[in-house]
Design a protein around this ligand. Structure first.
Ligand SMILES: [Zn+2]
Ligand SMILES: [Zn+2]
Length: 349
């Protein structure tokens, strides 16, 4: 099998070859058709996450080099082990990549994406910048009938992240409407899922006027510029005294300050974005505002299936996708780093 692999942190990917694995037991060998190039791959390439305030989170542990990145994988079953029941040879699937150890309490309750000993494809075990990927069990193969193959992979990351966060938010909309802060790719997906999941008005906020305009076209009720000094007051007015839930898809000190400040009593602020930084809030505000503060990280396999059902039902406008050859993986990471990519790049072997 051919791969584009990380051979050294902070360096371009290199072409590497390895014997094509032969699946045993419940394993499934998938021939990759498309793999999305994701912003989080940049942190893995660097070997650290910038937490803000000069703090770095080392993400180079538990990985041996060369390592193959890529977690937004779609492909076709090429071979399956003798116990891999249900894996249909030649059938097209998206691969749920957030795979856990399979034995801990988190995995047992279906929260493999939160497992502390993950086997996540393209994160802790070899992933999708390759011709093939080995999947440990057929349960991670998700049916994507009717979904364009080039968006099936990215749905496992940006789609699932948007869906998982909005699902948490919907439970708090008794307290008021929804506010989405940060209208990048994930925020836009979140907006579309929200449209499918609630009848409450959806307010949006972003510093970029073009993104606000795009969100209004996708059904947002009102859009705000958080850099505007009167923005918080305007959100309060539009929401009749605060929103039930604010989802922060940016995840910076500023965006979080804005998001939690817009929440009504009894509501929730949900952090998704990973820009970083720190923010402070007087402890007494939690009881006095009956405020819930929570984080949301991708989503479970069950949520991935729910999310795909919404996409199959036509509730989500297709994201613009550019397909490039597998040998363009490293250049695509560079382009992403330089902010030169609109929509999603997928590499295709
Ligand atoms: Zn991703
Ligand atoms: Zn586990």
């Amino acid at each position: 099998m051919h791969r584009q692999s990380l051979t050294d942190y902070g360096k371009p990917l290199q072409a590497t070859d390895a014997p094509t694995p032969v699946p045993t037991g419940t394993q499934v060998l998938v021939r990759i058709s498309h793999c999305g190039v994701c912003h989080s791959d940049l942190h893995l390439q660097d070997g650290y996450f910038n937490l803000g305030g000069g703090q770095k989170l080392d993400v180079s542990a538990n990985r041996t080099l060369p390592f193959t990145l890529g977690h937004e994988i779609a492909g076709v079953v090429e071979a399956a082990g003798p116990e891999a029941a249900g894996a249909v040879q030649g059938k097209r699937y998206a691969i749920y990549p957030w795979i856990g150890c399979g034995t801990c309490g988190l995995c047992a309750r279906g929260d493999e994406h939160l497992c502390n000993a993950p086997r996540a494809l393209g994160i802790t075990v070899d992933g999708g910048y390759a011709t093939h990927v080995l999947v440990p069990h057929p349960r991670y193969l998700l049916d994507v009938e009717g979904i364009a193959p080039e968006i099936a992979g990215p749905l496992m990351c940006s789609g699932l992240t948007g869906y998982g966060a909005i699902k948490k938010a919907v439970a708090f909309l008794r307290a008021g409407p929804l506010l989405i802060v940060g209208l990048g790719g994930v925020g836009m997906m979140g907006l579309q899922f929200a449209r499918a999941m609630t009848d409450k008005p959806i307010l949006v906020a972003d510093i970029d006027a073009a993104k606000r305009e795009a969100a209004l076209k996708l059904g947002a009720a009102e859009a705000f510029d958080p850099a505007d000094a009167g923005a918080r007051k305007a959100v309060y007015k539009a929401s009749g005294g605060g929103v039930g839930a604010a989802v922060d898809f940016a995840g910076s000190e500023k965006s979080m300050g804005f998001a939690q400040g817009a929440v009504a009593k009894g509501g929730a602020a949900i952090v998704v974005g990973l820009i970083g930084g720190t923010f402070t809030i007087p402890v007494a505000m939690f009881p006095l505002r009956a405020l819930t503060l929570m984080g949301s990280y991708v989503g479970s396999q069950a949520e991935a299936v729910e999310m795909l059902a919404l996409v199959k039902a036509g509730k989500v406008a297709p994201i613009p996708v550019e397909a490039r050859g597998l040998d363009q993986a490293s250049r695509s990471l560079d382009d992403l780093r330089a902010g030169k990519i609109v929509g999603r790049v997928v590499v295709t072997p």
